[in-house]
Ligand binder design. Sequence first.
Ligand SMILES: [Zn+2]
Length: 104
Amino acid sequence: MEEIPNASCRFCKVTFKTEFGKFGGTEIKVCHSTSVNLSCATKNKDFLGLILSEVCRTVGLIIERDDTKFSSRVYNPCARKIKNLGQLYKFFNEAQSREGILTL
Ligand SMILES: [Zn+2]
């Protein structure tokens, strides 16, 4: 079976669950909303207006885009880590520009 990159998380490789459910007697594919797209703004309320690949870029991580090789989706807990990373970066960056407290 060919591996579909988007079926798993870009970072932790967890596989996203897809189930089949019945809707009005018709069999339909139900995708659990456990993943977030890396390069699009999402409707997910936890990450509203956030583009995760942009957050990564801000902290100096470049997410290469190649849908044939890499997943463009991340598992929600991983998305949360990226969001936190962005917030932490902003926190330290602001402190640094205000106080000059950090030395590299
Ligand atoms: Zn993950």
